[in-house]
Design a protein. Structure first.
Length: 122
């Protein structure tokens, strides 16, 4: 449950700072943008301690991208295009598949990591 909350907050911060890059004009607005970056990345770092980094990153960036596109559509008059919607849906499908795909069993990962590396003798 905490991971879901972290993803939600980090995604909102991601959307906020991406939007801030577009609209920030004053030092206070830039400071808020930087603060949102720090919060967002701090939460993602905490999530990555629990979930695989690849899964964490894909979900974080995917949801942030989707949210930023939605914010552009709602607040910045981005013209709606079916291709944009299609690619956003494709990205969401990829995130869902990545999240639900079975990972290699622990013993298989250990075996892969235990493969001896070649040595070079003089």
């Amino acid at each position: 449950m905490r991971i879901t909350l972290y993803f939600l907050i980090s995604t909102l911060c991601e959307i906020g700072w991406a939007t801030g890059l577009k609209v920030a004009d004053s030092p206070l607005e830039w400071a808020l943008t930087v603060l949102l970056v720090i919060i967002s990345l701090s939460l993602v770092t905490q999530i990555a301690k629990t979930l695989p980094a690849s899964t964490t990153y894909a979900i974080f960036v995917g949801l942030g991208t989707v949210g930023t596109v939605v914010a552009d559509l709602l607040f910045f008059d981005l013209e709606f295009q079916w291709s944009t919607l299609g690619f956003v849906v494709l990205m969401l499908i990829g995130i869902i598949v990545l999240k639900t795909a079975p990972s290699a069993p622990a013993d298989k990962r250990a075996q892969m990591n235990a493969t001896p590396q070649p040595t070079f003798n003089e």
